[in-house]
Design a protein around this ligand. Structure first.
Ligand code: NAP
Ligand code: ZN
Ligand code: ZN
Length: 350
């Protein structure tokens, strides 16, 4: 029997989010029922809720940075048990058969993975609802374990912001001796600073916001650059091995490419809705490259959580109640968040 769940949803691209009651399936034999404790607010929630990336499905319950306790498990579940602290990220299923699923990069599943919200289950007709809700039911293979030493509230954002920045930095081999520029000090950016520094890189934050300089240093950055300071940007030309771009709005990629040394790599994770212009010459003459990446696979998400457990890394969060979500969205658009909003899901039950 499906069971009732309280959530927060939007009914359309220009609507405000509000209380929404719906039902979750009773756990099947391979399902884990999680009572959600905290859910992070990612900028992708805003892009999706407002149909900025194209028409979305409504009602939409956003949220793909989920942490909570296992409340019940199906008969064949072996990876998680009742009472475990667990996490769920951006997707909750995939085909399991394609090359990418087999390689552990389920986020690139050929027929498409089932996203945590604004997506359809494998049956092709049941909509998924995300983490701004009291409970979620997820197949055990798409649930990860949370190290016990980490602060639960700060863990939620690791499930998207953490893995989205860990994955490209790890894949690019960022390590001691490398100079890394992190562009945009928001949810993803502040995780990139922490993880990049833990990988041993010398991190510089590039931001539009002068007031973030002290925070950048506290988070682990050695240097801070204001992107509108032409003189400082000119001085930084050709000094970085890697530029990790987390910016959520349209901006100048060519300016950032100019910061890279010969053969430097620009790693794009920010997802501005509009196309961006890139000068071919900024790529050709110094053999620079640009690549993009989407979150990370399940095994790597577990690896990232274990890494964060070992290095005591969590997100810096501002905990809010459910009825503050609309205001939180507006503040994020003004870069007014340090550095991730996390919804206290207990507030949905009041
Ligand atoms: P966020 O917390 O809002 O941070 C974005 C930061 O970008 C802001 O804090 C700001 O930093 C900078 N910024 C915003 N508007 C800008 C503009 N017009 N020009 C220059 N800089 C600007 O967002 P987030 O949650 O970190 O997400 C960032 C982006 O990554 C979003 O587009 C999101 O959809 C995307 N994303 C991608 C993946 C993936 O798998 N690739 C996963 C999650 C999110 P400063 O104030 O420091 O300048
Ligand atoms: Zn996200
Ligand atoms: Zn697949």
């Amino acid at each position: 029997m499906p069971f009732p769940v309280k959530g927060i949803a939007t009914q359309g691209a220009t609507e405000k989010l509000g209380a929404f009651d719906f039902e979750r399936r009773d756990p099947n034999e391979d399902d884990v029922h999680i009572e959600i404790t905290y859910a992070g607010i990612c900028h992708s929630d805003i892009h999706s809720a407002r149909s900025e990336w194209g028409p979305a499905m409504y009602p939409m319950v956003p949220g793909h940075e989920i942490v909570g306790r296992v409340k019940a498990v199906g008969g064949k579940v072996s990876k998680h048990k009742v009472g475990d602290l667990v996490g769920v990220g951006c997707f909750v299923d995939s085909c399991r058969e394609c090359q990418y699923c087999k390689e552990g990069e389920e986020q690139y599943c050929a027929p498409g993975c089932t996203m945590t919200y604004n997506s359809l289950e494998r049956d092709g007709k049941t909509p998924t609802f995300g983490g701004y809700s009291t409970d979620i039911v997820v197949k055990e293979d798409y649930v990860v374990g949370v190290p016990a030493n980490l602060d639960e509230k700060g863990v939620a954002p690791l499930l998207c912001a953490g893995i989205t920045t860990y994955h490209p930095l790890k894949k690019a081999g960022v390590t001691k001796g490398h100079k890394l520029a992190v562009v945009g000090l928001g949810g993803l950016g502040h995780m990139a600073v922490k993880i990049g520094a833990a990988f041993g890189a010398e991190v510089t934050v590039l931001s539009r916001t002068a007031g973030k300089e002290a925070d950048a240093a506290r988070l682990g950055a050695s240097h801070f650059l204001i992107t509108t300071d032409d003189a400082a940007m000119a001085k930084a030309a050709m000094t970085f091995d890697f530029v990790l771009d987390t910016v959520s709005a349209k901006h100048d990629y060519s300016q950032l490419l100019g910061l890279l040394k010969t053969r430097g790599q620009m790693l794009v994770v920010g997802a501005p809705p509009e196309p961006v212009d890139v000068s071919a010459f900024m790529l050709l003459f110094k053999g620079r490259s640009i690549s993009g990446s989407l979150i990370g696979g399940i095994a790597e998400t577990q690896e990232m959580l274990d890494f964060c457990g070992k290095h005591n890394i969590v997100s810096d969060v501002e905990v809010i109640k459910g009825d503050y979500v609309n205001e939180a969205y507006e503040r994020m658009l003004k870069s007014d968040v340090k550095y991730r909003f996390v919804i206290d899901i207990a507030s949905l039950k009041q």
